[in-house]
Write a protein that binds this ligand. Structure first.
Ligand code: ACO
Length: 445
């Protein structure tokens, strides 16, 4: 098995100016023009502040670049002053938009302010895990795959909340859904820290959902954790893009297992298990491994030929059971990748990915089979740029997919037409035979 990046210390910048999720706020992300310099870039604005991070006079206007959103604003200067009102247009989106989407998936409508505030409050209130869960996590081997840890820990939550088995009690369903949304990032982050041999960082309930997750992953000795705004926004968008996707393998697993009326923790852990597979959520990890194996841009044509001949395996991150054209999510992810690479710089792995895409999109083998990049083609590169180790990529996918699994689980439960999942099969094996034991037969040598 190729070595993963999981041995690198979280604070270490893996390449160029790449900051780890932990250290993302210090040094601040460098502007594109300065990306290979070791010098910290201009200080990032504080969260939700309208203060410009760096301003340069340009004629009769100030140009302000908001490093949280990568947007540039032109603020008019009149008589040597700017109007405070002009600064008000410098805004970020809702830092917890992922939770708005989570609500939407479950309820079919976006939340009102009151519903949203209560939802965010409830999730924030339930981010801590029982101390015994923490001990349970400590029992995993140092080199355990974080998806194996996440899968079994989520299943293990069922033992902490036995009343969750009352799945037709709305109050129980609500609290289970809140717990799963709230505790999954905590368990995921603890799995990261465990593998790294770092002390667990407890949730910081002052932070947004994504920032809190980044804090639990990467915080070291900072008195106040500040996530890199570009990374936090990228992760928020990736979580939203992964939040639900009709009857994919993991969602079908959640519905299939849930149809037996087991508790939601057990049902969702089946989804995590399905996501672990390299043909599903594990594909983003495999894309990176494939790129590592290719090694350099000049090896790309040879690799493509080996895929076409069937000797080199599949082109990971290409093809989709449903999308027989460009995966619409892949378009957004590619744009997002550009924003993140503007901060950390382009490296040879990205160049290999771009070359793979360029050649495959022009090659009849892929075109005739309608094989286009899927969402996983670029997500791995983005996660890697944020210094997440490869085997953690699918865990990030699982956090994003959690609202979709839960909404689908509840929809299935409340659908009166749904019965226990029991696919029929057509038996094509041997016909009826008389019983004749073979236990005493001698093995032929
Ligand atoms: N590279 C090379 N050839 C491929 C690929 C690929 N990535 N995907 C499919 N093919 C070929 C198959 O060999 C087959 O060729 P043939 O007709 O000559 O036998 C043809 O395309 C059709 O393949 P199927 O396996 O029938 O396609 P299916 O729709 O069942 O598979 C899947 C979809 C599993 C995603 C597949 O495209 C694949 O393995 N891709 C790589 C893994 C990957 O990126 N998975 C992530 C999916 S997105 C997600 O889960 C979030």
């Amino acid at each position: 098995m190729p070595k993963t990046g999981s041995t690198a210390p979280p604070a270490a910048a893996p390449k160029k100016n790449t900051a780890s999720p932990a250290r993302s706020a210090r040094p601040k992300p460098a502007p594109a023009s300065n990306r290979n310099s070791a010098k910290p870039a201009a200080a990032a604005p504080s969260r939700n502040s309208a203060k410009p991070s760096a301003a340069t006079p340009s004629g009769s206007a100030l140009e302000i670049k908001d490093t949280r959103t990568s947007k540039t604003y032109s603020i008019p200067v009149a008589e040597g002053a700017i109007r405070a009102n002009d600064l008000k247009k410098i805004k970020t989106d809702n830092p917890d938009a992922f939770l708005e989407v989570a609500w939407l998936l479950r309820h079919g409508e976006l939340p009102t302010q009151q519903e949203y505030d209560q939802f965010v409050h409830d999730i924030t209130f339930h981010t801590y895990v029982h101390e015994n869960m923490r001990k349970f996590l400590e029992g995993f081997r140092y080199d355990a795959h974080p998806m194996a840890i996440l899968n079994s820990s989520i299943a293990g939550l069922a033992s902490f909340y036995p009343s969750a088995r009352n799945i037709f009690d709305e109050t129980e369903r609500n609290i289970s859904i809140i717990r799963l949304l709230a505790k999954t990032p905590t368990i995921a982050a603890f799995s990261y820290r465990h593998v790294k041999g770092l002390p667990f960082v407890y949730p910081d309930n002052r932070l947004s959902y994504v920032e809190n997750f980044l804090s639990m992953v990467a915080r070291m000795s900072e008195s106040k954790y500040e996530a890199n705004p570009v990374f936090a926004r990228a992760l928020e968008i990736l979580f939203i893009l992964h939040a639900d996707h009709e009857q994919n393998c993991s969602t079908s697993a959640v519905r299939g297992v849930g149809s037996s009326h087991v508790d939601p923790f057990s049902a969702v852990s089946a989804g995590v298990a399905a996501l672990f597979g390299p043909l599903h959520g594990g594909a983003n990890e495999q894309v990176l491994r494939m790129i590592k194996e290719i090694g350099t841009v000049k090896n790309v044509p040879k690799f493509i030929e080996s895929v076409k001949s069937g000797e080199g395996g599949r082109l990971m991150g290409f093809g989709h059971r449903v999308y027989k054209s460009y995966d619409p999510r892949a378009k957004i992810v590619k744009k997002l990748a550009d924003e993140v690479f503007n901060v950390v710089g382009v490296d040879k792995d990205l160049e290999i990915a771009l070359e793979l895409e360029r050649i495959a999109l022009a090659d009849d083998y892929f075109v005739s089979r309608k094989l286009y990049p899927n969402v996983d083609f670029y997500t791995g590169l983005i996660y890697r740029s944020m210094a997440f180790p490869m085997d953690f990529f699918t865990v990030l996918f699982a956090i994003g997919r959690m609202p979709g699994w839960l909404a689908q689980w509840e929809e299935m439960l409340l659908d009166k037409e749904q019965k226990i999942s029991r696919p029929r099969q057509i038996y094509i094996g041997a016909g009826e035979r008389a019983y004749r034991s073979r236990l005493t037969e001698k093995a032929s040598l």
